[in-house]
Ligand binder design. Structure first.
Ligand code: AMP
Length: 478
């Protein structure tokens, strides 16, 4: 049985704030972490955003700081939360303010891309909680505006991301400027060697909490792939987003340039969209986020780094305009939908050169993607040939409403569909003549994708029509 928040020894003002937030029950990471953190233990948390980890560390921090009234002293900090991006810093700051609304602790934010004066002013009298990104924090420490010698609690959030973004040395420097005795928490979605080593140097006898390992968080998400030639991706995006069935979409691109181009293209097509990425001024990023949060824009286009951790409720669709080359990024991206138990849809546009990335993703998530073949821009190029035996995953799953136009946001434009059977034969679904495009030979390494002998033999007997991307109720033929 899941314990209630009241059973986690949280003080009444925190419980009151949680009621206001409409949190009825703690999430697994909260149940597992909060008692240990209240007891002062170090913690190694394998968890990503979306699991409720902010409250898992935030609530005990707030409570401990509230109960122990030791002042921070001028320029001092009692709890430091280090996070890789400014968006994440802002978001954590907002969450902590909400959870701690009845405690009246002093809190400050420090991140780059904005003037430092207000941050310096906020720090001059010292703060109970500082949420910071590494670069600006080190700048301000270097200039003598912040002292970490009184830190009682240190949280390193998204440690693997810190590594990806090249912050690991900064993190080490920051960690080494804290007093010997303090409580430390390290959260990471994955545990590469460098992070495991870092954890070994920062944490003392930590409690280990692992929730929803990266590959299994995706279960609630309906994941689909659309094979499309790269040149047609923008047109596909626009046609898809014309469907009001897509309520609120996050679109991910690999590059900043790609994010701008996609957003501009949507705007030209009268679809309200905003782009955020690292080259945009902080004020522009905040404005874009606000527009998206308030519904003024329906689509937020972002690169991985800019988007990491941004938590916005009610995202109905995540669209991978580019298939990420790191499978972990895919999991993080699609985790932007299906927040806190809701379901969501993730659509990936896969160009001819991106097939290998898709395979890596399936290997990580151990879950095949449903191939959507009934869209207007089905790739006809040899490399990205739609699978011979793909069927309408969406159509099959929507209880016979047709070809999945409803569930996949109605992005079936052309009405053409390709279908087939495990044996490589053709099959008509819902009255559509099924066709197959050229088989995806050559461009594919078979090994990693075949699951059994049937598929192997099917491929041979099917005269090359066998596909690597099939689905039956959203599964590959196997
Ligand atoms: P996080 O992983 O901290 O980014 O949290 C993900 C989302 O879950 C945020 O929108 C939180 O507001 C929400 N959340 C966190 N804990 C709970 C809870 N116990 N019940 C309901 N929602 C929660």
């Amino acid at each position: 049985m899941i314990p209630a928040f009241s059973e986690l020894s949280l003080i009444e003002p925190l419980q009151r704030a949680l009621r206001t937030e409409n949190y009825t029950l703690p999430t697994p990471i909260q149940t597992q972490a909060i008692p240990h953190l209240l007891a002062g233990r170090d913690l190694l948390g394998i968890a990503q955003t979306g699991t409720g980890k902010t409250a898992a560390f935030g609530l005990p921090i707030l409570q401990r700081l509230f109960e122990d009234k030791t002042p921070a002293g001028p320029k001092g900090v009692r709890a430091l939360i280090l996070t890789p991006t400014r968006e994440l810093a802002i978001q954590i700051g907002e969450s902590l303010r909400s959870y701690g609304r009845h405690l009246h602790l002093r809190q400050a934010l420090v991140y780059g891309g904005v003037g430092q004066k207000p941050q310096v002013d906020a720090l001059s009298r010292g703060v109970d909680i500082l949420v910071a990104t590494p670069g600006r924090l080190l700048d301000l420490i270097g200039q003598g505006h912040i002292k970490l010698d009184r830190v009682q609690i240190f949280v390193l959030d998204e440690a693997d991301r810190m590594l990806d973004m090249g912050f690991i040395h900064d993190v080490r420097r920051i960690a080494s400027s804290m007093p010997k005795r303090h409580q430390s928490l390290l959260f990471s979605a994955t545990m590469p060697d460098d992070i495991a080593k870092l954890a070994g140097t920062i944490l003392v006898d930590p409690v280990r909490v692992a929730v929803t390992p990266v590959a299994s968080t995706v279960e609630l998400i309906d994941q689909r792939v659309l094979f499309v030639d790269t040149a047609n991706k923008r047109a596909l995006l626009t046609s898809m987003l014309r469907d009001p069935g897509i309520g609120r979409a996050r679109v991910f691109t690999r590059t900043k340039h790609g994010a701008n181009k996609a957003a501009e293209h949507l705007e030209r097509s009268q679809i309200n969209a905003e782009a955020i990425h690292g080259d945009k001024a902080q004020s522009a990023r905040q404005r874009a986020l606000l527009n998206f949060k308030t519904g003024r824009s329906r689509v937020l286009v972002a690169t991985d780094i800019a988007a990491r951790g941004i938590d916005i409720d009610g995202i109905t669709h995540v669209i991978n305009f580019d298939v990420p080359n790191m499978p972990e990024s895919y999991v993080h991206r699609i985790g932007r939908t299906a927040r806190a138990g809701a379901t969501g849809i993730a659509l990936s546009f896969c160009g001819p050169e991106e097939r290998a990335f898709l395979r890596d993703i399936e290997r990580l998530t151990k879950r095949p993607l449903t191939v959507v073949t009934d869209h207007a821009f089905v790739s006809t190029s040899g490399h990205a040939a739609a699978p011979a035996n793909a069927n309408h995953g969406a159509g099959r799953r929507d209880g016979g409403r047709g070809h999945g136009g409803r569930r996949d946001g109605g992005h079936r434009q052309g009405g053409q569909c390709q279908g087939g059977q495990r044996d490589g034969g053709h099959r008509a679904e819902g009255g559509h003549r099924t066709e197959t495009t050229r088989p995806a030979e050559g461009g594919h390494r078979e090994g990693g994708n075949r699951r059994n002998g049937e598929q192997r033999s099917g491929r041979r007997s099917g005269g090359g029509r066998e596909s690597l991307w099939t689905n039956h109720e959203g599964r590959r033929a196997s």
